[in-house]
Design a binder for this molecule. Structure first.
Ligand code: G3P
Length: 220
């Protein structure tokens, strides 16, 4: 599974990339606002730190505007930047035009398996179902990932990766792994929670205490 970081904080990308397991980064307008920084500059810096796909989202609502923004971003930003568009009819149109030109497109704000399949037919490189936001409504976000993975198998979809987004906790990642989702994008907090295990910490403490005794005995 590809592990993406969902952030527009460059320092977080530096930190997680230093672990050697970062496959890509997703940004969105809300994350850019939170960073307080210039959109293109942030994406440029992230794309230089992480060589995997970096999603930069368009904000136009009409297809022509999305296509124009997507092309302008591609012209201005490093090659590993891909274009994120919302799953609307205009978004599908823009996905088709951009992907036909060889531009990677991440279709975002996916809340149904039908939307996911339509985005794939339009040529999306990734589709982003928003798990946590579905959970927030009292429904089961992971059921959507399961439905998408099932339909992907039925229709032998191979051109589009399922990028689980709006991840809130490590269990979301584990469930995505079990369902075979190709990619998940998560906040730094979840990256850190995933690597941490109390038994690892306790085991390490025990090893170090025993090693100190070995050293004290002059046998190190
Ligand atoms: O990048 C899009 C997605 O991951 C948003 O997550 O936490 O705002 O629902 P969240």
């Amino acid at each position: 599974m590809e592990f993406f970081l969902d952030t527009a904080e460059v320092s977080e990308v530096v930190e997680i990339a230093s672990w050697g397991i970062l496959d890509g980064v997703t940004t969105n307008p809300s994350l850019i606002k939170k960073s307080g920084r210039d959109f293109k500059q942030v994406v440029r810096e992230i794309a230089e730190i992480c060589s995997g796909p970096i999603s930069a989202e368009v904000t136009a609502l009409d297809a022509d505007g999305m296509i124009a923004q997507g092309l302008a971003l591609k012209a201005d930003l490093p090659d590993n930047v891909i274009i994120k568009v919302p799953c609307t009819d205009s978004g599908l149109k823009a996905t088709k035009v951009l992907s036909d030109q060889g531009i990677g497109v991440n279709v975002t704000l996916i809340f149904s398996a039908a939307q996911a399949l339509m985005a794939s037919k339009a040529g999306a490189m990734y589709i982003s179902p928003f798990i946590g936001r579905i959970d927030d409504t009292g429904h089961d976000g992971m059921a959507l990932v399961a439905e998408i993975m099932t339909t992907w198998k039925s229709y032998r979809v191979t051109n589009t990766k399922v990028l689980a987004a709006s991840i809130r906790h490590p269990q979301h990642i584990l469930q995505c792994l079990l369902l075979g989702a190709h990619t998940a994008t998560m906040p730094t907090k979840v990256f850190k929670q995933l690597v941490k295990h109390p038994l690892t910490d306790r085991g390490l403490d025990d090893f170090l205490a025993d090693w100190a005794d070995v050293e004290k005995a002059g046998k190190a």
